[in-house]
Design a protein around this ligand. Sequence first.
Ligand SMILES: Nc1ncnc2c1ncn2[C@@H]1O[C@H](COP(=O)(O)OP(=O)(O)OP(=O)(O)O)[C@@H](O)[C@H]1O
Ligand SMILES: [Mg+2]
Length: 291
Amino acid sequence: MGIKRLSSSIAEVLPLKKKKVSHKLNGKRHRAPELANPSKRTRHLEFQGVPLKFDQPIGQGGFGQVFLERVKDVTYAVKRTDKESFNPLESRKFNHPNVMHVYETLKDEKNVFIVSELYDENLESKFQDRNMTEDEAKEFASQLLEALNYLNFQEGISHCDIKPANVCYSSTDGKFKLIDFGLSQGIHSIRPGSGTPVFMSPESKDINRRLCTPAVDYWSLGKTIIYLMSKQFSIQHLQVSEECLEFLRKLLKEDPETRLSGEEALVHPWIAGSSSSLWNQFWNWIKSLFN
Ligand SMILES: Nc1ncnc2c1ncn2[C@@H]1O[C@H](COP(=O)(O)OP(=O)(O)OP(=O)(O)O)[C@@H](O)[C@H]1O
Ligand SMILES: [Mg+2]
């Protein structure tokens, strides 16, 4: 499946805030403690009656370590996070084709283990040696907008850490999957200070602000698209269509009030031409009723 053993490169800057979202922002970076020698602490952990081995690491972020585990002929991803850093939203069983599917959450004295569907490498690794094309970026943006629409309106949450390392590709169904809900927050209580600095919106960096809105994710999506297409963080370097540039400029409005919302982004001409947008299909169906 072309899984990269470990994820790390310049864009995988550690998130700013400790995963426990109620923690006060102190600007320090936190690491999951005691990552070494996993077998000692997780010796008796079983999934479907099969002991987990924790001997094949496939990913490491700022807070957790992810292992590949084969159980009864199925291979899973198991993320281990220490209880203190664990955000309960990480174990929510979301039901969307573009959002990571969680099977089960296990616990021992110190850690929480999230057993999920296994995907291919994350997009930071996948696009390490080449840039995403404009067509790929359009498909990526369209799928991520569907995921955000679902999270905002059906689950009532914001992801709060959209970046290339937090999206995987699945060759099984050919879809992008949003992963890592460790910094996610309810849409009505989004505190600033959470995220990964280079992908964070101006308002999430403003720690004097009381609350943010789901618009934080749309800024980060804009930065992620630019990064994947150019390995840069500004649109000046992009050689893409005017429609694409206009879409990105609207995602990167400093003022979250005037930034493109999820609904607006899904019907923007750059996206609306993409056949996989459910919103677009719905919109076309509405229009067809009047023709
Ligand atoms: N279900 C999965 N399938 C395949 N790879 C995965 C899966 N979940 C996580 N990974 C890999 O492990 C890496 C780290 O996972 P994740 O982002 O959940 O951890 P983290 O410690 O919270 O990272 P961060 O530093 O972003 O907070 C991902 O970037 C990805 O490469
Ligand atoms: Mg991550």
